[in-house]
Design a protein around this ligand. Sequence first.
Ligand SMILES: [Zn+2]
Length: 140
Amino acid sequence: MDRRRAARNRISQLEIKLLRKKAQLEQEVAGYLDDLRQASTDHFSESGDSALDALGDQEIADIVEMRALELKQVAEALERIKDKGFGTCEGCGRNISLTRLAVLPATPYCTHCQDEVERQARGEEHYAENWECVTEPEPE
Ligand SMILES: [Zn+2]
């Protein structure tokens, strides 16, 4: 009972953390988008105030894309908290450890599935599947 209550407390703390992160990301993305808009409408201005002046439009667009992705993960994690599915790995359905969630509250995967996803993103083989291919065929 106490363990469950403790876990629930940890999750509400993570929810607060996620809500803050969401607000921060939204603000950041809005700021970048403003800057992009300004850069495209205002090519001749030499304001030089913005820290983003050193970045090209493409670089800003890349950052916005990255932040938007992060924002999507955070929003999805908040949804999962509402649906009580929070903390369950979307890959294998097992529980994601609270230690991992404390570091990466928005992650939808456990450590194992995250590795798998990253390996696939890098275009490497899915070893678990390949092992089945290399086993000897059953003798007839
Ligand atoms: Zn998993």
